[in-house]
Each structure stands twice: as C-alpha cells, then as structure tokens.
Design a protein around this ligand. Structure first.
Ligand code: AMP
Length: 280
C-alpha cells in the first residue's frame, strides 16, 4: 500500500494513473479502523481498479472539544488492517494539507437536514463534515465515494453537498456492520468499559423494537416508549426519532406506506452512540 501525506504528491500520482483510465473508489475515515470501515474498502475493491482510503480526524466537525481530544488514534494498527484488506492507497494528511493557509471555509446550504437529529444536537457538525469531504474530493476526485449507513443523516448531507457543489461522483451507501450481539461497530466503542459495552446493545434492541411495533397512525407513544427503555437502561437520550427513509423529515403520523428509518443517539456512560434501522 502506498501512503501519501502531501496533497500535491497524491494529486500528481492520481493524475498520472488516471491517464490509464482506472476507476477510483474512495473511503474517507477518521481512523481507529474496524471491520465496518474495512467493509467499505472491500466493496470499493470489488467495484474499482484502485481504492484509496483516507484517515484524517477532522477538527472542524467536532462541536465538543473533549470529544475531539478523546477520539481514538491507532494509526499503526489501521495501516496493518488496510494492508491486509488489499487497499492500494492511503492518504494520511495533517491539518495543514486539508486546510492550507488561505483556505476559505464556505457555507453549505443544508436546509432542514442541519436542524434535525444530529444537526440539532451537534451544531456546526455537518458544516465541518461537508468542508472536509468537499476538500478531500477536490484532492482525490474519485469515481465512487463510499459511505456507511451507520451515519444515515451524514449520507444525506453528503448527497446534498454533491448537488450543491455540482460534483459528478457516484455515491454508494454501505450497510452497517454490527457485532454478533447487534451493537453497531464504531470507533467510539473502544471507549466503552466492559459493562457499558454490554449495556450499549440496548440501542439496537430498542430500534428493533420500534421496527417490530410500528403501526400506521400516531408514532409519538412508540417513540416515547423507546426513549423510556433507553432511560431505564441508564442512557442519557438525545433523541429517538422515526423519519422518512428518503427525505429524513420527521414522521409524527405514519400512513403505513412510506419507508421509514428509526434513529437514535444516546450517551452510554461518557460515550455518545448513534444507530439506525430502516423500516420498510
Ligand atoms: P468514521 O471513521 O467514523 O468517520 O467513519 C468512516 C466511514 O465508515 C463513514 O462513512 C461511516 O459511516 C462508515 N462506518 C462507520 N462505522 C461503520 C459500520 N459499523 N458499518 C459500516 N460503515 C461504517
């Protein structure tokens, strides 16, 4: 695997290789890699001649400085995992490569997507996500961008950002990889202590419970019950919501036909976890 630390070196390499007309798949990450990340890499490897992964802990998307300071960094292990996956290229920039002197942050008009769910509880987060992905895309210019459905709202935000910027890049959303007990894999899981790791499964259980019990009509009592389940298990809940799987607009009353997604964010001890389950 070739590792690039400088944007210019990577761009030059890609320019030369694109002359040969190779298809390029891109998997942006913040490192602390796990099997979920590798599933995105594997999908890209199946669909493209060249796959590039990036590892960059983007400071501009952390609304909470403590969350940034505690974000796990495991570069050596990440490189080993990527090597083992067969990934051909890794971009490992420092902040000066992504935000060089003179970089002008633009504002992305994300509309209501920025005011609900993660947008509501993490002000500024999605502007930071758009900034970094837009910048990475300007360097990598891939054919296909791979994103995990684990970050469901992020998938929609990036789709909107691509429309806003007019980038002609195909999006591929990859299913959430879970532990055998159902817990969604996340870099943040390493910060859970042993008992919280067991307790954390309740997020997925409550989402599955919603999926099983959802009926046409008013969804408020069902959502309230799911919040109660999480609270009873000691979570501090930011939200449990049911929304249109397509537009993500919050569904208060369901017609029984519209495809839905149930989403939750809650603190398990000091660690904020998110997850979602589609309901169709
Ligand atoms: P992150 O490093 O957390 O920013 O994640 C990088 C990419 O991996 C994002 O597109 C995530 O949605 C995706 N991802 C994270 N966790 C999982 C998972 N458990 N299964 C599939 N994709 C994931």
């Amino acid at each position: 695997m070739r590792i690039f630390r400088k944007s210019d070196d990577l761009m030059e390499f890609l320019r030369l290789n694109h002359v040969d007309g190779l298809k390029l798949g891109f998997v942006p990450t913040m490192g602390a890699l796990h099997a979920g990340h590798i599933s995105l890499v594997s999908r890209s490897m199946e669909q493209n001649e060249l796959t590039i992964c990036s590892i960059f802990v983007n400071p501009t998307q952390f609304n909470n400085p403590e969350d940034l300071a505690k974000y796990p960094v495991t570069i050596e292990k990440d490189i080993d995992m990527l090597e083992a996956s067969g990934c051909q290229l890794l971009f490992l920039p420092d902040p000066s490569q992504i935000y060089p002197a003179g970089y002008q942050a633009r504002h992305y008009d994300l509309g209501y997507l920025e005011t609900i769910l993660e947008g509501k509880y993490r002000p500024g987060h999605f502007q930071g996500v758009c900034q970094v992905v837009d910048r990475l895309l300007s360097i990598v210019n891939p054919d296909i961008l791979y994103l995990g459905r684990k970050d469901y709202q992020q998938c929609m935000v990036i789709a909107r950002m691509l429309t806003l910027t007019g980038r002609n890049i195909t999006l591929d959303f990859v299913e959430t990889m879970r532990e055998p007990n159902g817990l969604a894999m996340s870099s943040r899981n390493v910060r859970l202590n042993e008992s919280d790791r067991v307790r954390a499964i309740q997020i997925y259980r409550s989402l599955q419970w919603l999926k099983k019990n959802v009926k046409p009509g008013n969804l408020s009592p069902l959502k309230a019950e799911a919040v109660q389940q999480l609270t009873d298990h000691g979570f501090e809940v930011d939200y449990v919501e049911i929304a249109s799987a397509e537009s993500l607009s919050i569904t208060e009353v369901w017609d029984g036909r519209e495809p839905l997604v149930a989403l939750a964010a809650a603190f398990c001890g000091p660690v904020r976890l998110i997850d979602n389950v589609t309901i169709s």
